[in-house]
Design a protein around this ligand. Structure first.
Ligand SMILES: Nc1ncnc2c1ncn2[C@@H]1O[C@H](COP(=O)(O)OP(=O)(O)OP(=O)(O)O)[C@@H](O)[C@H]1O
Ligand SMILES: Nc1nc2c(ncn2[C@@H]2O[C@H](COP(=O)(O)O)[C@@H](O)[C@H]2O)c(=O)[nH]1
Length: 185
């Protein structure tokens, strides 16, 4: 059985975590917990949503890739990926588009890249506000080059990523079901 990592990418608020949680809950794909220096949002837990790090502890891990996003550091560790694959041949991870490009290059067709987008970018602000994002951090994020960059499918992922418009969650789940069936059979 060929190993696969389902990489969910796209702009903030497009629903990457929601889709990755769906793959974990309905397809029993272990979710790779990544590392960040960003402070936790309300309700987020260390070891569940992220490994929350400071600059010193962040540097102690061994990363397949790491990025800066809106002023904070994020990275996916070899240890986290290996731990996922020890449990199951199919795993899932949430990454920005820079990370997704690295996965596509490093892992080839072992990485199944799913790029999420929405029809109206304004909806993303609404979603993040409803999610309870801190207003100052939200504004910083909207002003960041990474946020703007991830609104568009990068050239490196054209003809590589499966693009899903996540306006309606039920229809997104159906598209994910079709894709998973296609890849796993
Ligand atoms: N199709 C949808 N319609 C409306 N709300 C949605 C939809 N999909 C997800 N959401 C909601 O939008 C919010 C953002 O979703 P989520 O946290 O999954 O996004 P994300 O891409 O992981 O964001 P980030 O990159 O900032 O972590 C959540 O509150 C989620 O419940
Ligand atoms: N390249 C990587 N991107 C990551 C990683 N962990 C999370 N992310 C992405 O960062 C942004 C911001 O995340 P948020 O939780 O602060 O909203 C988002 O696009 C995530 O997908 C990682 O290890 N590597």
């Amino acid at each position: 059985m060929k190993k696969r990592v389902f990489v969910i990418t796209g702009a903030t608020g497009t629903g990457k975590t929601t889709v990755s949680d769906y793959l974990r809950d309905y397809y029993h794909m272990p979710k790779v917990i990544t590392h960040t220096t960003r402070p936790p949002r309300k309700g987020e837990m260390n070891g569940v949503d992220y490994y929350f790090e400071d600059d010193t502890s962040f540097d102690k891990n061994h990363y397949l890739e790491q990025v800066a996003y809106s002023g904070y550091r994020y990275g996916s560790s070899h240890e986290g990926i290996d731990a996922g694959f020890e449990k199951n041949p199919y795993i899932t991870i949430v990454l920005d588009t820079k990370g997704a490009i690295t996965y596509a290059k490093e892992l080839g067709d072992e990485a199944v890249i799913i790029f999420l987008t929405v029809s109206q970018n304004e909806d993303l602000i609404d979603r993040m506000t409803k999610r309870g994002d801190d207003t100052v951090m939200l504004q910083e994020r909207l002003d960041s080059p990474e946020y703007r960059r991830d609104l568009t499918l990068p050239a490196e992922l054209k003809n590589v990523a499966h693009v899903i418009v996540n306006d309606d969650l039920d229809s997104t789940k159906k598209k994910i079901d079709t894709l998973v069936t296609e890849i796993l059979n």
